[in-house]
Every structure is written in C-alpha cells, then in structure tokens.
Design a binder for this molecule. Structure first.
Ligand code: SF4
Length: 401
C-alpha cells in the first residue's frame, strides 16, 4: 500500500474524515425515514455491524420532522440525503443532522444552494458534493446537453470523466464563493473504471476528502466484484477517505463487505475472527466445505476476538498457507490434526472435527481474555511431507490416540 493521500479534514459529528483519519465506513438505510421506530432499529443494527456513519433519505417534510427523534437515538452520526428540495436540507440542518449530501445540479436556483451552504456554515455541518454518472449531463440548457451527449457518444468513459470534473469545478466554485470548505467529494458510476479514473483525477486536482462508491452496483452476487474492483484499487493507491458499498439488498451486506475490505487492506483493525480455508482440490478426503460453513457460522456467533482460524484440506500446502493462524485444522484421510499457536493439540476423527476445533478456539479465547495468551503470537510450524503424496496416497497423519 502506498501512503494515503493527504486531504483536508472534516468532522461529521464525532467522526473525522480525511487528514489522516481512518477510512470511515458508511451505509444508507433502506426503510422510510419517517417510520421512526423502524428507522432507528435499522440504524442501530447497521451501527452494531460496524457502520461509522449512516445516511437517511429525506424526500418529504415528514422525514426531516423525524430527524430529531432519530438523531437522539442514533449511536453514530447521521447524514441527510437531499435531492431537488433545498428546504429539506434547511430542515435537516435545523434538526441538527451531522452532514448533508447535496447535488447542486439537482437544486433549481443558485440562491437556494447559497442558503443551504450558509445554514451549514453557521452550524459547522459538512456537505458532500456528488457528481454521479446519472446527473452530470446538462439538464437545463438544451444546446449544451446536445453537445455533451455528442461528446459522450464518441468516447463514453473518457467523456464522462471529463464531464464529471467540469461539473465538479462548477459546483465547487459555488462553495468557494461562499468561502465554505467543509466539503467531501464523490464521483460515482456503475462502471468501476470510470470511478477509478474520476476519483484519481479529482484527487490530483482537489484536496477535499473523497467518498468512494460504485453506484447502482446491483445485488451482492454481482455488485460485490464491481464495487471492490474500484474501491480496492483506489484505496490501495492511497485514495479515499470514506466508503460506501451500494447493493440492491439489505444494507447489512454493505457494512459487512465494506468492513472486510478495509480489514483486508489493513485500513481497519479486525475485531472478529478471520477464517482462512483452502479452496479444496482432488486431494481432499473429508467434507471440507461443510466444515468451513459450520466453522464460519459458529465462530461468528461465539468468538468476539480477532482470532485467525485456518481450515485446511490437507497438510500438503496447508502449513504455509495458514501461516500465523492461531488455531488450525489439517484434514485428511477421515481425520483432522488441530494446532493451537504452533502446538499440536489433538487428532480427531472427521465427525469430531467441528466440535474439537471450536473447543480449542473457545479455550484460546478464554486464555486471551484472562491475559494468559495473545492472538497472532505464534505461527503454525509443521513441515509438509517431502515429496508430497500422490493422489490416493494415505496422508501421513499420526494415529488416533
Ligand atoms: Fe488441496 Fe490440500 Fe491445498 Fe486444500 S490444502 S487445496 S486439499 S492441496
């Protein structure tokens, strides 16, 4: 990972964005904001899952009227998502919301944008300025619209990035003229390549913090790859101060995947178990996939520590591939050998592998909690057989005790 890009810092309630602060993870509620109890329950669920910031849509007055109740009950800062109606932004600011997401291109009149900026300035509330793929083509001036569309027809990707930057320059001039700099920028598209190009170009031109996301990415099954392709590329290049993964699904998936992405890139400390599992191959001699699924479910439910657990199909490549695991099981020939921080603990028949592995995980967690052990403190230290066994060979496991 390269060094993270230096940006200005803005504060969203108690969460800092940019200026060296940890990359903040955000999501958006899927339910209606004015259904206060449901909205609060959803916010609490997403915050428990790891969201640092949560955005709510406020299309109607009854949504902004619900904000005081929601803000009072929310464990994390709340962002109001405003489109078209500048009054909703003013009402959200008056309610004490922590940030506004506003697309100046969606607001009819420049004076209305100025009023929102003035209200945010007075209360120290940041504004995210978005230039999304769907909203950058000129809407009001017919001639300009035709010209922009023609340019896009020639080279859509490059043309769109140019258009996003031009629109952003235009919007940011409004903020500059109001001497308002509590700004976060986003440039979203459904195409990860456009997101990468646009955010890279923006990061060279402005030092405002960047909110990363791929918009309308679809369900997790397909949206996951689309989103991670863009976000991982940018984050690994030091670009991005807050992220939102957008799925057509329960936003809980957005938080889970966003958290995993940040942990994988070393941008967030893990607080829950990490599972390493072999992909399986023709050497497999136990039902490993079933075991992996069960281990994952039980670890998530039972262990509240960032314990690294490895479930390997054999000892051929297993030891190297699960280097550093706290607890590891190497299966083969209907048996499994369990190691805990490098020490061989048990050899059990296949039917007992899940129970025995969990027993060792629980025992290690208890020792860690008592201060008698620390996690990730030792590596699995066994040597693979040499030469490796051929298919159908019996793996050199010790006899069952
Ligand atoms: Fe195959 Fe063994 Fe590697 Fe699993 S650990 S993929 S069973 S060689």
């Amino acid at each position: 990972m390269v060094e993270r890009r230096k940006t200005r810092q803005v504060r969203i309630g108690g969460v800092k964005i940019g200026g060296g602060a940890p990359v903040a993870l955000q999501t958006m509620t899927a339910g209606r904001t004015h259904e206060v109890d449901n909205c609060i329950a959803e916010i609490q669920k997403l915050a428990r899952a790891g969201a640092d910031l949560i955005r709510v849509a406020v299309p109607e007055k009854r949504d902004t009227e619900a904000l005081p109740h929601i803000l009072a009950a929310s464990p994390v800062p709340i962002i109001a998502d405003v489109h078209f109606h500048y009054q909703r932004a003013l009402e959200a600011v008056a309610a004490g919301v922590h940030k506004i997401r506003l697309n100046p291109g969606n607001i009819q009149d420049r004076r209305q944008v100025d009023r929102v900026i003035a209200a945010c300035k007075e209360r120290g509330i940041p504004i995210r300025v978005g230039v999304n793929e769907g909203s950058v083509v000129e809407r009001k001036d017919r001639e300009a619209r035709v010209a922009e569309k023609a340019a896009l027809d020639k080279d859509y990707r490059a043309g769109l990035v140019r258009l996003m930057l031009a629109r952003l320059d235009e919007y940011l001039r409004i903020f500059d003229e109001n001497d308002f700099h509590d700004v976060v920028i986003s440039a979203k598209s459904i195409d990860p390549r456009i997101v990468i190009d646009a955010c890279t170009a923006i990061s060279r031109r402005y030092d405002y913090p960047l909110h990363l996301g791929v918009t309308h990415a679809g369900p997790p099954e397909t949206g996951r790859i689309r989103s991670i392709a863009a976000l991982a590329t940018l984050l690994a290049g030091g670009i991005g101060d807050t992220i939102r993964i957008s799925y057509a699904a329960d936003p809980l998936y957005e938080v889970e995947d966003g958290k995993e992405l940040l942990c994988c890139l070393g941008l967030r400390s893990r607080t829950e178990p990490e599972l390493i599992a072999c992909p399986t191959c023709g050497r497999i001699q136990v039902d490993l996939l079933k075991l992996v699924t069960e281990v994952r479910q039980r670890l998530t439910a039972e262990i509240r520590l960032p314990m690294k657990v490895a479930v390997m199909g054999c000892v051929v490549n297993g030891p190297g591939e699960c280097e550093g695991a706290d607890v590891a099981i190497f299966a083969g020939n209907g048996k499994g050998i369990i190691y805990v921080q490098g020490e061989q603990k048990q050899t059990v028949p296949e039917a007992q592998m899940l129970a025995a592995l969990l027993e060792e995980c629980r025992a290690l967690a208890a020792r860690v909690e008592r201060g008698q052990a620390r996690l990730l403190g030792a590596s699995v230290d066994i040597r693979p057989p040499n030469p490796p066994p051929r298919r159908n060979d019996t793996l050199p496991l010790p006899a069952l005790s």
